[in-house]
Design a protein around this ligand. Structure first.
Ligand SMILES: Cc1cc2nc3c(=O)[nH]c(=O)nc-3n(C[C@H](O)[C@H](O)[C@H](O)COP(=O)(O)O)c2cc1C
Length: 373
């Protein structure tokens, strides 16, 4: 393990525990944006609180010295290495950049076609095309070091040893603020079973990486599981500093000829607005069973989506597919979130967090087996 990296931004107040955030969110007496939506059945109009003057604190403390300047990040695979967007976007205004998935060795990616549109979303099978960790460090780290915005390197691998080796090489490199483990990869050692769909495999790779680095460690959950909660708990217990949720949903499309699946890899990952309800459900469930921060991802295209994810317990979000249509969206959302805080009388966006969560853990069912779609 090499020397600790620099602290990325000013240290703000430490992130409160999830329970504290939930209590605060529900007892502040301030309305959340969600609670004032006029179109909701049964909702009563709530008079808006007085507009706040003075500074709004949007910082997010993920632990181990990583304090995001604000809760709007860009998602891995949709913003390159950050450098590509420098001409069109004020990168320094972002809360963080999750760079493209990085592997030990270079990868050429999957056969084409790799991308297709679907109603409300997009299906991609890029296949983790990237130049490999050494080239990523050589090409980008010195630029990242000059930026104020934290760059979090998304790491992928086919074995625990792969992940550990990539992270060892990233550890101590100036300009790298944290690691996001993409564990939606087939584990070659276990017959191709994805790390992300098995609690033991997910915990095993998290614990091994934890031992290899002091860098802040985020682990990205897959929505492609029957029950994500035991997996999230296992990852948190194994030493992750934060969870990111969710990666894409597995899907396929059929070629126009109907003689084969459309994508060269057959399977692709569904992203965009189509997956938002699934991502919301995952964040809602996970935020009730772990105490580490959750960064939500899935179908964000506007401020309402951000506020919805905060309401179910996320403390920050990542914008992904929507960037392809409008690269300026994430930066705009930072300003819009600050305005929303002022309009709702919150000194920090944490005032929006957890407002849609149950007041207490649900009592055990007394009705026997219940239908849950
Ligand atoms: C083209 C593309 C490439 C992606 N590459 C990665 C990747 O390398 N690593 C990763 O963890 N997630 C990757 N993702 C998933 C996104 O980071 C994000 O989790 C997902 O797209 C859901 O968010 P969205 O609906 O806002 O796009 C990729 C998504 C897309 C669309």
């Amino acid at each position: 393990m090499k020397a600790k990296r620099r602290v990325v931004t000013d240290i703000g107040p430490p992130m409160p525990s999830r329970a504290a955030v939930q209590r605060r969110g529900r007892t502040s007496g301030q309305s959340s944006a969600g609670a004032t939506r006029a179109s909701e059945p049964g909702s009563r109009p709530v008079p808006p609180p007085a507009q706040l003057d003075g500074p709004i604190d949007l910082t997010v403390d993920l632990g181990r010295g990583l304090v995001l300047p604000n809760p709007i990040l860009v998602a891995s695979g949709t913003f390159g290495y950050g450098i590509e967007y420098g001409e069109v976007v004020d990168i320094e205004a972002l809360g963080g950049i999750c760079c493209k998935g990085t592997t030990l060795r270079p990868r050429v990616g999957n056969p084409t076609p790799r991308v297709t549109e679907t109603p409300g979303g997009m299906l991609n099978s890029i296949g983790l095309q990237n130049p490999g960790v050494d080239a990523v460090i050589a090409k980008y780290a010195t630029t990242w070091e000059r930026w104020r915005v934290p760059v979090i390197v998304n790491v992928a691998g086919e074995s625990v040893e792969d992940y550990v080796e990539v992270v060892r090489r990233l550890d101590g490199i100036p300009g790298i603020a944290g690691i996001e483990l993409n564990i939606s990869c087939p584990n070659v050692g276990r017959g191709g079973l994805q790390f992300a769909i098995d609690a033991d495999a997910a915990a095993g790779v998290t614990a091994a990486v934890r031992r290899a680095t002091d860098l802040p460690l985020l682990v990205k959950l897959s929505p492609n599981v029957a029950d994500v909660r035991p997996i999230a708990r296992a990852i948190a217990d194994a030493g992750a500093d934060a969870l990111t949720a969710v990666n894409t949903l597995s899907g396929i499309a059929v070629a126009g000829s109907r003689s084969r699946p459309l994508l060269g890899n057959i399977y692709g990952g569904l992203s965009g607005p189509a997956i938002k309800p699934v991502a919301l459900r995952v964040v809602y469930e996970v935020s009730q069973v772990v105490d580490i921060p959750i960064i939500a991802i899935g179908g964000i295209t506007g401020l309402d989506d951000v506020l919805d994810f905060l309401a179910v317990g996320a403390v920050a979000v990542q914008v992904g597919t929507a960037i392809f249509a409008d690269p300026t969206l994430p930066v705009r959302l930072v300003g819009e979130l600050e305005d929303a805080c002022r309009a709702h009388g919150h000194r920090s966006h944490l005032g929006f967090v957890g407002t849609a969560l149950p007041r207490r853990a649900a009592a055990p069912s007394s009705k026997g087996v219940e239908y849950r779609p």
